[in-house]
Design a protein around this ligand. Structure first.
Ligand SMILES: NC(=O)c1ccc[n+]([C@@H]2O[C@H](COP(=O)([O-])OP(=O)(O)OC[C@H]3O[C@@H](n4cnc5c(N)ncnc54)[C@H](O)[C@@H]3O)[C@@H](O)[C@H]2O)c1
Length: 373
C-alpha cells in the first residue's frame, strides 16, 4: 500500500541543507517541495541543484513558503540565532517544525516554541537524528537487552580545535548559541539519553581559552572572530536511572586519544561510535570476555540519513504516534547544556526542571526508505 506523502519546506539553504536535500527524498513519506533562505540566491542554487525527475523544487521567499497551505513540516536549517524566530513564524503559520540543533539559544525561546506547538496541536522537535542511525539503535538494543547489565556510568568526548579552518562562515560557532557544547553537545547528549534515559542533575566547568580566533577557511580567510562563549566545557550528569555521565566538549584541543562514547554497565562495557554519524563500529566487552568484540549492527540507516528525524515526524503526523526527535527531548538537551554553563558560573550542581521520555527504539528490519507507522 502506498503511503500518503507529507509535504516539507526547508528554510535555510546553507552548508547543511544539501545533506537533507540528498537524504530526504530516500524516505517514501517525505516530499520536499520548496526551499527558502534570507539570501534568495542560496535558495535558487539549492532548487537548481536538487530539482530532479522533471519535478521542480521551488525556491520561495520565507513568507511564500509559510503561506503554502500544502506544506505541513518546516525544516528549519537556519543558524542558531534564527531558530526561534523562524520556528515561531512557522508554527504561527500552522506548520509543524523540525529544527536543526540546538532547539533555540535560550531556554525561554525553547519553552515558547514548545508551548506554541502544543497550543496549536502541531509537532515540534529536531536534530540530531543520528541516534536513529543503525549504530546507535544497535547500542540501544544491546542495552535494552541487558548486554552490559545495568548502566553504571558513561563518558562522552568531543575534542577538536574549532571550525574556522573549514566552515565558510564560522563566526556563529563563537557567539551565543555556539561553542562546543551548543554545537556538538546535542549529538552526544541525545545519544546518551537514547541509551540511558533522561538526566536529573548536572554540574560542570567551562572556560574561554582563546579570546580571539582567526578564520583560515575561504572566503573570509584572515578575518578575526571575537569569542563570546566558553570553548572548553566539562560536565557531569546524574541520569534518572542512577548512572553517572562525564562529558567534555572542546574547541581548544589539537589532538586527543579519547573514545567518543563508552557506556559502562554492571556486567560489561559498550563502545559507541561517533554520534555525529549514523554508522560506525559497535564494540562490546562483557565481564567474562578477554577482549572487545565487534557487534554486527542490528539496524539499517548507517549512511548519512540526516532527515530520518523529519521522516519520523511525518509518520507521527500521519498516524498520531509520538515522534522520536521530539520537542521534549531537544528541550531537555538545551536545558542540560545551559545547566553545565550555569553550574560553572555559580559553582554548584543544577537540578533540572525539564525531563523527557526516552524515545522509543526503532524496530529492527525496517525496509529501506520506511519507518514504523
Ligand atoms: N554545517 C554543518 O556541518 C552542520 C551540521 C549539522 C548541523 N548544523 C546546524 O545546521 C544549522 C545551519 O548550519 P549551516 O552550517 O548550514 O549554516 P550556514 O550559515 O551555512 O547556513 C544557514 C543559512 O540560513 C540562512 N538564514 C539565517 N537566518 C535566516 C532567516 N531568519 N530566515 C531565512 N534564512 C535564514 C542563511 O542565509 C544561511 O544560508 C545550524 O543550526 C547548525 O548548528 C550544521
Amino acid at each position: 500500500m502506498s503511503i500518503s506523502k507529507v509535504k516539507v519546506g526547508i528554510i535555510g539553504c546553507g552548508n547543511i541543507s544539501g545533506a537533507y536535500l540528498r537524504a530526504g527524498p530516500t524516505f517514501e513519506i517525505l516530499d520536499i517541495v520548496a526551499v527558502a533562505d534570507a539570501i534568495p540566491e542560496r535558495a535558487r542554487a539549492k532548487a537548481d541543484e536538487f530539482s530532479r525527475d522533471g519535478r521542480a523544487l521551488r525556491a520561495l521567499t520565507v513568507a511564500e513558503l509559510l503561506d503554502d497551505p500544502e506544506i505541513r513540516i518546516v525544516v528549519n536549517l537556519t543558524t542558531p540565532n534564527a531558530h526561534a524566530e523562524v520556528a515561531l513564524a512557522a508554527l504561527n503559520a500552522g506548520k509543524s517544525v523540525y529544527n536543526e540543533k540546538p532547539l533555540a539559544i535560550t531556554r525561554e525561546d525553547g519553552q515558547r516554541m514548545l508551548a506554541l506547538a502544543k497550543s496549536k496541536g502541531l509537532l515540534i522537535g529536531g536534530a540530531p537524528d543520528t541516534f536513529l542511525g543503525g549504530a546507535h539503535q544497535t547500542c540501544r538494543k544491546l542495552i535494552d537487552d541487558g548486554a552490559i547489565g545495568v548502566p553504571v556510568a558513561a563518558v562522552a568526548f568531543m575534542t577538536c580545535h574549532g571550525h574556522e579552518s573549514w566552515h565558510p562562515d564560522p563566526e556563529f560557532y563563537y557567539k551565543a548559541g555556539g561553542g562546543p557544547m551548543f554545537d556538538m553537545g546535542p549529538y552526544y547528549l541525545t545519544a546518551l539519553i537514547n541509551m540511558i534515559g533522561p538526566v536529573t542533575r548536572v554540574t560542570g566547568s567551562a572556560r574561554i581559552t582563546f579570546p580571539e580566533r582567526t578564520i583560515t577557511s575561504q572566503p573570509k580567510h584572515g578575518a578575526r572572530i571575537v569569542v563570546d562563549v566558553p570553548t572548553h566545557v566539562a560536565g557531569v550528569l546524574d541520569f534518572a536511572n542512577g548512572a553517572i555521565g562525564t562529558i567534555i566538549t572542546s574547541f581548544d584541543v589539537w589532538s586527543a586519544n579519547l573514545p567518543r562514547i563508552e557506556v559502562y554497565g554492571s556486567e560489561g562495557s559498550l563502545s559507541v561510535p561517533d554520534p555525529n554519524g549514523f554508522g560506525g563500529p559497535v564494540k562490546l566487552r562483557r565481564a567474562t570476555d578477554k577482549e572487545w568484540i565487534d557487534v554486527p549492527l542490528t539496524h539499517g540507516y548507517t549512511d548519512n540519513y540526516r532527515s530520518i528525524g523529519v521522516a519520523d515526524m511525518a509518520y507521527a503526523l500521519s498516524s498520531g504516534r509520538p515522534h522520536r526527535a521530539s520537542g521534549d527531548l531537544t528541550y531537555h538537551v538545551l536545558d542540560i547544556m545551559h545547566a553545565f554553563h550555569d553550574a560553572s558560573r555559580e559553582g554548584r550542581h543544577i537540578t533540572l526542571t525539564s525531563t523527557c521520555h526516552q524515545p522509543a527504539a526503532l524496530p529492527p528490519g525496517l525496509e529501506p526508505g520506511k519507518l514504523d507507522e
